[in-house]
Design a binder for this molecule. Sequence first.
Ligand SMILES: Cc1cc2nc3c(=O)[nH]c(=O)nc-3n(C[C@H](O)[C@H](O)[C@H](O)COP(=O)(O)O)c2cc1C
Length: 189
Amino acid sequence: MDIFEAIKNRRSIRHYKPDPVDDKTVEKVLEAAHWAPSWGNQQCWRFVVVRDPRTRSAVADTLAKVSVDSEWVENAAALSIRHAPVLIVVCAEKSGAGRSGDGALLNEKGEYWYMFDIALAMQNLTLAAHALGLGTVIVGGFDVARVEKIIGVTGDCTAVTMTPLGVPAGKGQVSPRKKLSEVIFMEKF
Ligand SMILES: Cc1cc2nc3c(=O)[nH]c(=O)nc-3n(C[C@H](O)[C@H](O)[C@H](O)COP(=O)(O)O)c2cc1C
């Protein structure tokens, strides 16, 4: 698939078929994620592949609820984690990114550069999945502490984001983008 086509046609997918996704395909998607650039090539990402429906369900329970007719209900992303056969939780080793070899922080952006590295890996992951005919949706609205407990995150790592991975049950809705002229500046901001 042409890269521009992949970038433009990838959509967040929140409805999945129960069709299985084999280990080789998951590995292919994660290898693409792993080829992302990273601070000092430290590759801070750690991918936790979850197939067990009970674990996926426990993780889905931690997602932020939405208010519908003054009732708090599960959002589409949570349902997609229950329905897709694979969930990938992307964790980061926090201490390396943003620092020089002696451990000093390198600029005023502070200690959160690992978020940047994870985003790059996640973008590769979503595009690779799309190129293979699979769907993803990046999920950020979850209870980090609970998810870390469920999947057993240890040491200097934290759970940053996650995505279900599976065969889309339909085309994702196109979320329109702002006009290019609103976001591009020539020579000065
Ligand atoms: C950092 C980040 C966090 C996100 N968190 C959620 C989320 O918690 N739940 C959800 O349904 N979608 C989430 N999304 C998906 C966005 O809503 C989606 O990418 C955006 O609306 C554009 O749609 P598209 O991906 O189909 O182009 C997140 C996306 C990003 C980049």
